[in-house]
Design a protein around this ligand. Structure first.
Ligand code: SF4
Length: 104
């Protein structure tokens, strides 16, 4: 059996190209998440900060099927950012809190 048959061949240029594509995609996802995190990070209102804690606001959501972008209290204001009617302030589209309610 040849060495190549065992998957032990030397790396080829297309291997590096594939790695570069995957790395670029992951970097893009990271940037998108960082942008989402900035939605509430720029909000310095102490009342809303307390309310986020009271509502157990988590950014990003730890519940795969629930996110602010799918919540009835969410209004989109920018890509990945929106305004929560309960908090009366900015939230990330991929965040969630204990008051999440599905859009109708
Ligand atoms: S009420 Fe809805 S939009 Fe507001 S923080 Fe909670 S899940 Fe997000």
């Amino acid at each position: 059996m040849k060495k190549q048959d065992l998957g032990e061949r030397p790396p080829r240029r297309r291997d590096f190209l594939g790695l570069a594509i995957v790395t670029t995609a992951l970097a893009g996802a990271s940037v998108a998440h960082a942008e989402a995190a900035r939605c509430e990070a720029a909000d310095t209102d102490p009342g809303r900060s307390s309310m986020r804690k009271a509502l157990e606001y988590i950014s990003p959501s730890n519940l795969p099927s629930k996110a602010c972008s799918g919540c009835a209290f969410y209004a989109t204001t920018a890509p990945n950012c929106g305004k929560c009617q309960l908090l009366n302030g900015p939230v990330s589209g991929d965040a969630v809190c204990s008051s999440w309610a599905p859009k109708k």
